[in-house]
Design a protein around this ligand. Structure first.
Ligand code: ATP
Ligand code: PRP
Length: 211
């Protein structure tokens, strides 16, 4: 059995909020991903490495075993259509909500509602559960612009403080999901490396429960 563990993580919000959890397990990256161009970061633990990937790519790296574990937002996991990873722990970091939002002064919509989002699958499932057919427009960011410019009637996006919605004249009209980041584990690694992974999961769960 290899005693190496690779953890996939995105830089920015999730990396920054995960640092104290990793530190509580005495895992400290040797470099800051905002400073180095390296994408594989060694840590103070000889056998533990972090790999820096796009937030939406974390489940892919973990599913295929390119990383043993990863940290991914629930929004990303809900949208992911792969064959599955274990999701044993809610790390309670990068918390926000996924909402449906509309212009404050909503106009009457004639015909099908047009919804702009980067969460196409989640949005389709949400409206399907309501028995509503909508037209979904895929965007990769700045969703809040779409209703302002008439590209869509409403959006599905993440909200934390609500400042971005407010600054663009939008209001939330429904909460689709409460979002936080989850620890995910490759299925084969969970079996093959359980002597390493199980204690990490136990310790992380204890740290999360304490905080
Ligand atoms: P990508 O680089 O793949 O486009 P991204 O730009 O969405 O991803 P981040 O902005 O770092 O990456 O967000 C990573 C995760 O943090 C999201 O998947 C979500 O779970 C969470 N998140 C996003 N926005 C917020 C927010 N405003 N407040 C709290 N958590 C958030
Ligand atoms: C996220 C999200 C919203 C914003 C909400 O964007 O897509 O635009 O945060 O946060 P608020 O309610 O506190 O204003 P982010 O800051 O990650 O920018 P990006 O997705 O464009 O990188």
């Amino acid at each position: 059995m290899s005693d190496n563990i690779t953890i996939a993580i995105s830089k920015g919000r999730i990396f920054n909020e995960a640092l104290p959890l990793l530190a509580a397990l005495n895992i400290r990256p040797k470099m800051d991903p905002d400073v180095t161009r390296k994408l594989i970061l060694a840590t103070n633990q000889r056998n533990i490495k972090l790999i820096i990937v796009r937030a939406t790519d974390v489940p892919t790296y973990v599913e295929y075993g390119a990383a043993d574990m990863g940290i991914a937002g629930k929004d990303v996991l809900m949208e992911y259509t792969g064959n599955g990873v274990y999701e044993p722990l809610d790390l309670q970091i990068a918390r926000c909500k996924m909402v449906l939002a509309a212009p404050k002064e909503s106009k009457k919509v004639n015909g099908r509602l047009r919804v702009a989002t980067k969460y196409v699958n989640t949005t389709r499932n949400y409206f399907a559960d309501l028995g509503r057919q909508v037209e979904i427009i895929k965007l990769y960011g700045s969703m809040e612009l779409a209703p302002v410019l008439g590209l869509a009637d409403q959006i599905v996006d993440l909200v934390d403080t609500g400042n971005t919605l407010k600054a663009n004249g939008l209001v939330p009209v429904a909460t689709i999901a409460e979002i936080s980041s989850r620890l995910i584990v490759n299925k084969a690694a969970m079996k093959m490396k359980h002597e390493l992974i199980k204690p990490m999961l136990r310790e992380l769960a204890a740290v999360v429960n304490r905080s």
